[in-house]
Design a protein around this ligand. Sequence first.
Ligand SMILES: *Cc1c(COP(=O)(O)O)cnc(C)c1O
Length: 350
Amino acid sequence: MDIRDLIRPHLLHLKPYSSARDEYTGKSGVFLDANENPFGTPGGYSYHRYPDPYQSALKEKISKIKDIAVGNIFLGNGSDEAIDLLIRAFCEPNHHNVCITPPTYGMYEVSAEINNVSITRVNLQDDFSLDSDVLLQSINAHTRIIFLCSPNNPTGNSLPVQEVIKILKEFKGIVVVDEAYIDFSLQDSMLSQLQDFNNLVVIQTLSKAWGMAGLRLGMAFASADIINLLNRIKPPYNINEATQKIALEALDHVAEKEKLVTEIFALREEFGLKLQTMPHVHNVYPSDANFLLVKVSDARQVYQKLIEQQIIIRDRSKVQLCEGCLRISIGTPDEMAILEKALLEILSML
Ligand SMILES: *Cc1c(COP(=O)(O)O)cnc(C)c1O
């Protein structure tokens, strides 16, 4: 597929902003080109220089961890930035549409709406599986992006790789697979398919398993054609210096991340079993992520009563196909013990 046929035409000729750090990329020198404060940062910090606009060191490290070439990596200010840039790159407002599979992550829809791009909704089935035939019949010639989320938020299940591949083969547009929770899943990442499909974008993030939600670092992996386009339209310094520095150090600790993931995994299984024994719990859905979706009687009241005790979970009970459901992120053992006690009391009194 020729990606150039999908890019909004005016972007093909865009002259990107050329920053001071683009024009001279040497590391040492007398830097009088970017109107920075030469003395430093008040308080003894050292953030007075603009950051690397292409995050070379960080991408080198991610490249080694993921075994993906630097030229196939884009970094965003959270994966939400990548989602927004993809819509802006490929969808002509008021003309193209994006396809989503509700119930799913809310940002695809919000980003599309901000960009005045309409939405084609193909609901998941009652068991939260995706019927790819129905999806392929529901899209039209103006559909430019299909957003798939696997493992899916808020349902917690993964899409079978074969289903995604079927969509990749049939659809003549961009397929985004959001793998924010892939570290918690036993299923393979779609990263292994990048070689075969130049219309595939795999999104991952440091916000979940890697424990860096506050730093805002999202990753998009795709063909060089797509990555080059994102680089041309992104804000020049979209990843700040503190994030680049801290993430670079944290990413040295892969084994520690794995250990935390294993612990969260065990806590999830343990809490899932406990939930199943509680009164008024109708379903604990299987999860490949770091949260559990649970169907209870009177979800809204349970949610409110937990709030009264300053225990905050996510009420998904008004979401289509998630009626009566609450989403619970897996916390520390202490946090889960507090939740368990409160939840048991509330459910017993319903
Ligand atoms: C949490 C989450 C993200 C992460 O977004 P960031 O902007 O990287 O923090 C992306 N996709 C899904 C489905 C999520 O649940």
